[in-house]
Design a protein around this ligand. Structure first.
Ligand code: NAD
Length: 258
């Protein structure tokens, strides 16, 4: 299997390249960086960095994308045109980006997950289950911490945990999400799902879902020790794609946890 890496000079791109090189039965098809990047033409971890994503999609059986939402949208178009499988780890995706992935998924296998680790995908299932079992007299708050370079908040994983909690409760997250509290906010709205984000150091990704009732509290926590767990998950997803029909899948599908 030939795997291409878009954003190959990024923090995750380099991790994915290392994971591909360490995995039997797969081969690096090449990598790209943002047009105009200083990395174009250089050799990084054995990849000659290019800027022509179209050529990379034609040379690859599957492409792994940890970039930025605008780039992911372009990559989705190329995946659809070439019937090339696409693994998307990029976070901060909005409706227009998701629509592009859905369109690509008519012609190609697309796996999109805000968090590619096995543990977090288990946590998503547990969160949905606990939220479904408890009444809304248990307040749900989601706390996340990431390294100082992260640009989006709350993290994509925190939002996915919020979606899982909302699904467990049978409500729409958009109606109950509370992402900012500052100043005189008044008391908590019953049924809200709250989010808080911390940033600092080199934290790979900590997430806690808190169910706070009167007199007791349940906390479900996952801590990623380093970013290689995400790269491993992305390569696992790539290896899973050849047996699938075109469609938009999640990491829970890949792991058989859906
Ligand atoms: P980063 O900034 O280190 O890397 C992103 C790379 O993409 C950069 O090198 C950038 O130049 C490149 N890029 C931008 N536009 C491009 C284009 N048009 N073509 C090719 N390359 C392009 O960021 P990072 O820490 O590696 O994270 C990347 C994304 O992955 C973020 O959205 C982050 O939140 C997400 N992420 C997801 C998971 C997961 O498990 N799903 C885990 C970690 C990070």
């Amino acid at each position: 299997m030939k795997i291409g890496i878009v954003g190959c000079a990024g923090r995750m791109g380099r991790m994915v390249a290392a994971e591909v090189l360490a995995t039997d039965g797969v081969e690096l098809a090449g990598g790209t960086e943002a047009p105009g990047s200083d990395f174009i033409g250089r050799d990084i971890d054995g990849i000659k960095v290019g800027d022509d994503a179209g050529t990379l999609f034609r040379a690859s059986g599957v492409v792994i994308d940890f970039t930025v939402p605008a780039a992911t949208m372009v990559h989705a178009g190329l995946a659809g045109e070439n019937g090339c499988a696409l693994i998307v780890g990029t976070t901060g995706l909005e409706a227009e980006h998701m629509a592009a992935l859905e369109k690509a998924a008519e012609k190609a296998v697309v796996v999109q997950a805000a968090n590619m680790s096995v543990g977090v995908n288990l946590l998503l299932g547990l969160t949905e289950q606990v939220a479904g079992a408890l009444g809304d007299d248990y307040d749900i708050e989601i706390l996340e911490m990431h390294h100082r370079h992260k640009v989006d908040a709350p993290s994509g994983t925190a939002l996915a945990l919020g979606q899982a909690a909302a699904a467990g409760r049978g409500v729409d997250l958009n109606q109950v999400s509370q992402t900012a509290r500052d100043g005189n906010t008044g008391p908590r709205n019953p049924g809200d799902i709250g989010f808080a984000s911390l940033r600092g150091g080199d934290v790979a990704g900590d997430h806690t879902v808190i169910f706070a009732g009167d007199g007791e509290r349940i906390e479900l926590t996952h801590k990623a020790g380093n970013r290689s767990v995400f790269a491993r998950g992305a390569v696992l997803a790539a290896l899973w794609t050849p047996r699938q029909k075109p469609g938009l899948y999640s990491m829970r599908d890949v792991l058989g946890l859906a």
